[in-house]
Design a protein around this ligand. Structure first.
Ligand SMILES: *Cc1c(COP(=O)(O)O)cnc(C)c1O
Length: 394
């Protein structure tokens, strides 16, 4: 169906940070399948482990114990503030699980009949009906009303405004079950969370036993230079969702929770495919390889270099570039909203002609989310090609 505005580009093979199209042209990939291909394309270790898993077992269903799933849950909980994991197949599905958990928390812990979930404006939580309702961007709601009931929105990083929305929601007694929020807004424009805002949010949630859920679908699994975005804020959530980077290209999503809010009982939530041996082998391999190759430190170093190179670029083009922001290997170049300055989609298209793949995050922000294995020479090439693309439009 006609759900995507696609580029007329057919990529037929990849290796590391490089992709090749049908005509044999090569592209430096700063998209990574939108923050998915953690280890780059055709990673030999991932390929070997997945081939071996295919020769053993792909899928059995959650009717039975799945050792690969148990091992991946252990790998996630050992590296995060959480204790238990539910597996599914995508970011939206992970957030759906979180929304159901939040409602149960509202009923069970706060005694609320019709619980509310608070989410941020300009957020992105996915496209299924509840996840898209949670997404605080009206353009994603248009045409699909009525939205799911029980959501209210607050401006990101604005604690006074958040307190006002919370006070209004709770004017007649407990109503709020959870806050669902990204530590860094990805799709909404690569906007890092403010640690002071998040610390106060944590306090307010603690005072009222409101569940604090972080959507780490984009920033989680190493992209920030830490395992989780919340480490950059110094604030722990009660639950976190992940997906994109976890499988290195194999679909997998997860909701991880602290034991105290592990409210699901057998039969209350499920997924046929969720956590099957094949997808969990991919997740296990990604986590193993991030550790074995020291990719967290590598992402921090590459993020710092990219920040420096983009800073120099913006100094050379102060009339076009308003700001550069982000964490680790999730960076946004903010273009000025002025005459003669390209929009993000225009710059992405021009970059493609220079052999560089980028993805917009809204109309004025170009997002850079390469595989975590990217090297300094690639980053220099990336910024050079980005500059050539910018110059080609001016
Ligand atoms: C991409 C994304 C989602 C949705 O993930 P899908 O796998 O496309 O359903 C949810 N939240 C965030 C923060 C995302 O970046």
């Amino acid at each position: 169906m006609d759900t995507y505005g696609r580029f007329p580009l057919e990529l037929v093979k990849g290796r590391g940070v490089w992709l090749t199209d049908r005509e044999g042209r090569r592209y430096l990939d700063a998209v990574a399948g939108i923050a998915v291909c953690t280890l780059g394309h055709s990673d030999p270790v991932l390929r070997r482990r997945l081939c071996r898993q295919l020769g053993r077992l792909q899928h059995v269903s959650n009717l039975y114990r799945i050792p690969e799933q148990e091992a991946l849950a252990q790998a996630i909980t050992e590296r995060s503030c959480t204790d238990r994991v539910f597996f599914c197949n995508s970011g939206a599905e992970a957030n759906e699980a979180a929304i159901k958990l939040a409602r149960k928390h509202g009923h069970l812990v706060r005694g609320i009949d019709r619980p509310l979930i608070l989410t941020a404006q300009a957020s992105f939580h996915g496209r299924t009906l509840a996840a898209v309702t949670a997404t605080g961007q009206p353009r994603y709601h248009q045409g699909f009303e009525p939205m799911v009931e029980g959501f209210r929105y607050f401006p990101f990083n604005d604690i006074a405004a958040f307190e006002a929305v919370l006070a209004d929601a709770e004017a007649a007694g407990p109503r709020v079950a959870a806050v669902l929020i990204e530590p860094l807004q990805g799709e909404g424009g690569v906007i890092p969370g403010d640690p002071a805002f998040f610390r106060r949010l944590r306090q307010l949630c603690d005072e009222k036993q409101i569940l604090l859920i972080f959507d780490e679908v984009q920033i989680g699994v190493g992209r920030s230079g830490c395992w989780w975005g919340y480490e950059r804020l110094g604030v722990e959530p009660d639950a976190l969702t992940m997906a994109k980077g976890l499988g290195g290209g194999i679909p997998i999503g997860a909701l991880a929770v602290k034991a105290a809010v592990d409210h699901f009982r057998p039969g209350e939530h499920a997924s046929t495919f969720g956590g099957n041996p094949f997808a969990c082998r991919a997740g296990l391999t990604v986590i193993d390889e991030i550790e074995r190759r020291g990719l967290l430190a590598h992402v921090s170093a590459m993020g710092a270099l990219l920040e420096e190179l983009l800073g120099e670029l913006s100094q050379r083009h102060p009339d076009a570039i308003e700001a550069v922001r982000g964490w680790g290997l999730l960076r946004g170049v903010v273009l000025r909203d002025a005459d003669g300055i390209p929009t993000a989609p225009e710059l992405v298209k021009a970059a493609m002609a220079q052999g560089l793949l980028l993805v917009p995050a809204g109309p004025r922000v170009v997002r850079i989310v390469p595989p975590l294995v990217i090297r300094p020479r690639h980053l220099r090439k990336l910024v050079k090609r980005l500059e050539r693309a910018l110059q080609s439009l001016r």
